[in-house]
Design a protein around this ligand. Structure first.
Ligand code: NAD
Ligand code: TDX
Length: 339
């Protein structure tokens, strides 16, 4: 089987490349990634010499390049991770989110239609369901809920999902969509909550918690997400959406306190800062469908996953210290200095 993995130099895409080369050593994987600020070719160094892996630097909206790749490589399966993925950046500058997340998806599906693939899989997010109230712990996101969006990021991801279902119905493209909750684990760019807080705690810098810190996210260890996508591309039903999540809801404050405790730093580092515009209150996935239909269950408990993640950031300082030396510092100052 030959799989095109787009966005494979990013956090989840890279973890997926490692997972697949390990689980299916006979598969061929081609990673297409334009290496934006959060794509890191160094992350893929361990597999660069693997004869079953190939890296191509390029943009998913570059029609000529994408069509040429499909013509030459004859992919069986496409897994589209390529995206602008940070909500705060989408609030600052939505344009690139619409371009990559919507037009990139269109380009990949046009090529999939033209050259024929057995499966086009869209990596979606639970943010397309909007948010849930904090005082209704009985409510969860299910696949049949209507799509809504709070940020330009989630609007772009919801648009992409609608386009994917339209390509299925109109052109018969064999698609699946997964919508996962918040991921954490190795190689996550330190602009997202968990790695940002680990990095700041290690440096004895303030930990900027938005608003009251009561917002709830449903955390999943990245490897469990990769396993779910592997199951969906093999056994998922064409035309279906699968929610992925492990019933692991935590308030942001709980997450930050856990990190401080594990790195042995004081809670005095916590600083409440101005809230995110349009900040979603609570995400919570109902994973019944993927469990019942495909037998998927998460394997990593939050306590173990967060410990492994913190250890990874401690053991791999050079990976993130290099990242935070460039554009990152300007972003950080812009985002946090006047909050
Ligand atoms: P990320 O930002 O770490 O990585 C995105 C990757 O896409 C980077 O390597 C980047 O270089 C690449 N990319 C961006 N624009 C591109 C373009 N125009 N052409 C080619 N490559 C491009 O993101 P992530 O956290 O790994 O998320 C991956 C996917 O999973 C996204 O689609 C995101 O919406 C989805 N998702 C993420 C989470 C999460 O918690 N991180 C949860 C659910 C779904
Ligand atoms: O400095 C911070 N302080 C803070 O309180 C940051 C960066 C975040 N937060 C809060 C905002 C959210 O309530 O923490 C929570 C998590 O924030 P992010 O890590 O930015 O993730 P979120 O906005 O929940 O979106 C993530 O999950 C869904 C991913 O970034 C998306 O790509 C994915 O689709």
């Amino acid at each position: 089987m030959k799989i095109l993995v787009t966005g494979g130099a990013g956090f989840i895409g890279a973890n997926f490349v490692f997972y697949m080369l390990d689980k299916h050593p006979e598969y061929d994987i081609l990673c297409l990634d334009s290496l934006t600020y959060c794509g890191n070719i160094k992350t893929l160094e361990p597999v660069m010499d693997n004869p079953h892996f190939k890296f191509v630097k390029g943009d998913v909206t570059d029609r000529k390049l994408v069509f040429q790749l499909f013509e030459e490589e004859k992919f069986d399966v496409v897994v589209n991770f390529a995206a602008e993925s940070h909500v705060d950046r989408s609030i600052e500058d939505p344009g690139v989110f619409l371009r990559t997340n919507i037009l990139g998806t269109q380009t990949l599906m046009d090529a999939s239609n033209e050259y024929g693939v057995a499966r086009y899989h869209q990596v979606g997010t639970d943010e397309v369901y909007g948010d849930l109230p904090l005082d209704r712990p009985d409510l969860f996101f299910t696949e049949d809920m209507p799509l809504t969006a709070s940020s330009p990021y989630s609007a772009s991801k919801a648009s992409a999902d609608l386009l994917v279902m339209a390509y299925h119905r109109t052109y018969g493209l064999p698609v699946t969509i997964s919508r996962c909750s918040n991921n954490y684990g190795p190689y996550q760019f330190p602009e997202k909550l968990i790695p940002l807080m680990i990095k700041n705690a290690l440096a004895d810098e303030k930990l900027p918690v938005y608003g009251t810190g009561e917002n709830v996210r449903d955390w999943l260890y990245v490897k469990d997400h990769c396993k779910a996508i592997d199951m969906i591309i093999h056994d998922g039903k064409v035309g279906e959406v699968y929610n992925i999540g492990g019933h692991n809801e935590k308030s942001n404050l709980e997450v930050v306190r856990t990190i401080l405790k594990q790195v042995g730093k004081s809670e005095d580092l916590i600083t409440f800062v101005g809230d995110r515009k349009g900040h979603d209150l609570r995400y919570a996935i109902d994973p019944t469908k993927i469990h019942d239909e495909l037998g998927w269950l998460p394997e990593t408990r939050f306590d173990d996953g967060i410990r492994q993640t913190i250890d990874w950031y401690l053991d791999n300082r050079s990976w993130w210290e290099e990242i935070i030396s460039g554009e990152y510092q300007e972003y950080y100052d812009r985002m946090y200095s006047n909050r």
